[in-house]
Ligand binder design. Structure first.
Ligand code: SF4
Length: 326
């Protein structure tokens, strides 16, 4: 199966990104699928960006992708803007995109509400570029979070519209939702996100992780160690379920509900289990980010590999649309 997915260079990759995207990407890569994973820097500029910071974030997310286990020998890793035919196809698809449909996109409505004066055409047409990112590789499978379901539906609609208008060349890609649909933030109230500053970064050091974890929200009804708690409503326990063994989970449930352990003890156990994942990632990341030329080589090889497939599709599309004269 051909798999396509992307991630924006936001400057922060956190545990939510790991369980919501990377873990799934690695599994698909290691299952032998033909994977194309890209850094969606063109999607990133739908909100204002500083060019130097965008470049830095692009290299950093590349290093993180490699540090978590994506392997450029198995997966094609590249930057979206290095493959200009994504935007070329996007224009053709935008001429098939119903404006009413675009305006109904939940993400567009939410993002344009944050600052209506900053709403731009890119924010509205973002899902069409996303459709082009996928269709240009004729993907079979797109691993994304549940919040992208509506965009994937549009991708399938645009594939059908193109096929009906010109010729049937596009497959309708299937959505593969990640197993972990939502990683709760340290505030216990919302999904882990950079914007809400309720996250643990994938390459943060131990001191920073503990500082954040030690003040993270727990069961609000548990004021003292002698009060029995309810792990089912505690975000620390929800995080434990992602990181801890059954033995540790049983220890938390028994210790919390019978008031045998304090919240700090419980958080310390979670901390130990989190750093088992993040410390090796951080170590690899630091080596990679200190060798930017190696990262650039990997991205350049990825771009060459991606271009071969993407250009073939674009040539086919251009011929069908009537853009090829000779
Ligand atoms: S002991 Fe653990 S699960 Fe129970 S309330 Fe405290 S942090 Fe949450």
């Amino acid at each position: 199966m051909r798999v396509v997915s992307g991630i924006q260079p936001t400057g922060v990759a956190h545990l939510g990104n790991y369980f919501g995207a990377f873990a799934n990407w690695i599994e698909l890569q290691n299952a032998g699928h033909e994977c194309f994973y890209f850094i969606a820097n063109q999607h990133a500029i739908t909100i204002p960006q500083n060019n130097e910071i965008l470049k830095k974030n692009t290299l950093e997310i590349t290093a993180i992708m490699l540090a978590v286990g994506l392997d450029p020998k198995k997966s094609t890793i590249f930057i979206q803007s290095d493959i200009p035919v994504h935007t070329q196809l996007s224009w053709i698809l935008s001429c098939l995109s119903p404006i009413g449909e675009m305006e109904r996109m939940v993400q567009f409505k939410e993002k344009s509400k944050i600052d209506p004066s900053a709403t731009n055409l890119g924010l509205l047409s973002y899902p069409t570029l996303q459709a082009a990112d996928i269709l240009i590789y004729k993907a079979d499978l797109v691993p994304v979070g549940i919040d992208q379901a509506q965009h994937l539906e549009l991708t399938r609609l645009l594939a059908r519209k193109f096929n009906n208008t010109y010729k049937s060349i596009f497959k309708e890609p299937k959505t593969l939702h990640t197993k972990t649909t939502k990683v709760v933030g340290l505030d216990g109230a919302a999904k882990m996100s950079k914007g809400l500053n309720n996250y643990i970064g994938l390459v943060e050091d131990e001191k920073t992780i503990w500082k954040k974890l030690s003040v993270a929200m727990t069961d609000p009804a548990r004021k003292r160690k002698t009060d029995p708690g309810n792990p089912a409503i505690c975000n620390i326990y929800i995080l434990h379920k992602l990181f801890s063994s059954q033995k540790d989970l049983d220890w938390v449930v028994d210790g919390c509900t019978n008031a045998k352990i304090g919240c700090i003890e419980c958080k310390k156990k979670l901390f130990e289990n989190i750093i088992k994942l993040t410390n090796p990632i951080r170590e690899k990341y630091l080596k990679l980010i200190n060798n930017p030329n190696d990262l650039k080589d990997i991205l350049s090889i990825g771009a060459k590999k991606a271009t071969i497939i993407a250009q073939q599709t674009m040539d086919e599309v251009n011929a069908l649309v009537g853009f090829k004269y000779f």
